[in-house]
Design a protein around this ligand. Structure first.
Ligand SMILES: NC(=O)c1ccc[n+]([C@@H]2O[C@H](COP(=O)([O-])OP(=O)(O)OC[C@H]3O[C@@H](n4cnc5c(N)ncnc54)[C@H](O)[C@@H]3O)[C@@H](O)[C@H]2O)c1
Length: 437
């Protein structure tokens, strides 16, 4: 990829479209409006609160990221979405139960005006959902055409300059790449013949790319992670990325595992279990959707610990992930980890992590950052997979010949160096030899 020669300024309004208007999406919408009102802080958002060091440590140049790269301003964001339930964003947020009523009441009018468009949905891909607010069409291709029309209509109605799409809908059943995912021609043919290898999420991704709209996937579904759509995105100069927001337990995993490896501590086993009671938890109670999530959550440790390179420390470590639907907890998930590590001479030790987190509170700022960075990437002419945004994902997409980078600190460095690179600033290697001449 070449360094952008210039970055178009973020003129006009930016539409943020989310397939899925559930807990995560409505927490994002309500949160951005609360921040715009000056009623809350955008905690957890790197684009809003983060800084970036430029040049030498002695130069004291540490601007805010949003003052360094030309990001869209929060005041210019316009939200829209699709859902299989017809609830407006206020009703959906109230049902999701993430935000207190005192916060929701401040943004009630704003949220009430955001009504979902009819979803492209098929229950065979998400077994535990029964919504009726869905599009009708003879073929999957017809549904994709309707989504494209929705995007154009939304842009026109809201007088938008640009759009981005972030998948915030439910996790679909586990699917593997198949022959019809190989190239665009086979993919389009498969849409027209209603091939089961084409999931609804793929229709949104296809529609977004066809309309020149960047697409990020917040769930572990295959979706845009197939050659047909990757190549389509490249040919249309559209940035894409995924998969699966890295929020609670996996965030912790990708912080702790790099520390063990850095200190050459061994790992015998890592047992992770979760209880959560939101709609996401209910969907994941279906074995098909759980399998998709499980695969996504399991990948990180293997890539970080590299058992092939360090067989004495990491060969055959036992890794188990469970998610249990437990309604009383709602969105306030609890994630437990029992980690069996070993130190000097192989002596065993244990670490217990009990993260009482709030799923959507952790995810909402990620959606915001992805929307703003994807838009930036597009204005900079960066197309296809945006690996520098791996920081936000549990199963980062990357070039076919690469393995994904999961270590949070490498991801953070990669993200910040990409911003420096885009803006023509010196990259920071942390060598620092020049301070000791
Ligand atoms: N909250 C987190 O920490 C987190 C982390 C990683 C990934 N995720 C993923 O983000 C997604 C959203 O999470 P959530 O807690 O908001 O879930 P949610 O169940 O509250 O919301 C998802 C919404 O998507 C809708 N939906 C399902 N299929 C659809 C389709 N084809 N088109 C349009 N709408 C559709 C559902 O009706 C539902 O309202 C889930 O896939 C979840 O696994 C969340």
């Amino acid at each position: 990829m070449r360094r952008p020669a210039s970055i178009a300024p973020p003129r006009g309004k930016l539409g943020v479209l989310t397939p899925g208007m559930g807990a995560v999406s409505t927490t994002l919408m309500a949160g951005v409006e609360l921040v715009r009102q000056g009623a809350s802080l955008p905690v957890g958002s790197l684009t809003q609160m983060g800084t970036i060091r430029l040049g030498k440590r002695t130069e004291a140049r540490v601007p805010k990221i949003k003052d360094f790269v030309p990001l869209a301003d929060l005041k210019d964001l316009v939200f829209g979405g699709w859902d299989v339930y017809p609830d407006d964003a206020y009703q959906a947020a109230s049902k999701a139960g993430v935000l207190d009523s005192k916060d929701l009441s401040k943004v009630q009018k704003f949220l009430k005006n955001i009504r979902p468009m009819k979803a492209a949905f098929d229950q065979s891909y998400v077994k535990n959902l029964h919504g009726k607010h869905v599009k009708k069409g003879k073929t999957k291709f017809d549904l994709a055409e309707q989504l494209r029309e929705d995007i154009r209509e939304f842009k026109k109605k809201n007088k938008l300059n640009r759009l981005v799409m972030v998948w915030c809908a439910s996790t679909e059943v586990f699917m593997k790449p198949e022959a019809v995912h190989k190239d665009l021609q086979s993919f389009e043919k498969a849409m027209k013949s209603n091939d089961p290898a084409i999931a609804p999420s793929m229709l949104y991704a296809y529609a977004a790319i066809a309309e020149g709209v960047p697409f990020a996937n917040g769930a572990p579904n295959l979706t845009v992670d197939i050659p047909a759509l990757e190549d389509f995105a490249k040919s249309k100069y559209v940035p894409v990325g995924g998969k699966d927001f890295k929020t609670g337990q996996t965030l912790m995993k990708t912080v702790l595992a790099p520390a063990f490896k850095a200190r050459m501590l061994g790992l015998a086993g890592w047992y992770s279990t979760n209880i959560l009671g939101n709609r996401d938890g209910e969907v994941l109670d279906d074995p098909g959707s759980f399998k998709t999530k499980e695969e996504s959550k399991l990948g990180a440790l293997e890539y970080i610990l590299q058992p092939k390179i360090y067989p004495q420390l990491y060969n055959n470590f036992y890794h188990k992930v469970r998610i249990n639907y437990y309604p009383p907890r709602g969105d306030n998930k609890e994630g437990w980890d029992n980690i069996d590590i070993s130190g000097w001479l192989g002596y065993p030790m244990q670490i217990k992590v009990d993260f009482l987190c709030r799923d959507s509170i952790l995810a909402a700022p990620i959606v915001l950052d992805l929307a703003l960075f994807m838009d930036l990437a597009q204005r900079a002419g960066m197309r296809g997979i945006q690996e520098w945004l791996s920081f936000y994902f549990k199963s980062p997409m990357c070039a076919r010949e690469l393995y994904p980078e999961h270590d949070l600190f490498i991801q953070s460095m990669k993200l910040k160096n990409t911003l420096r690179w885009m803006m023509g600033e010196e990259l920071i290697t942390h060598l620092g030899a020049e301070y000791y001449d």
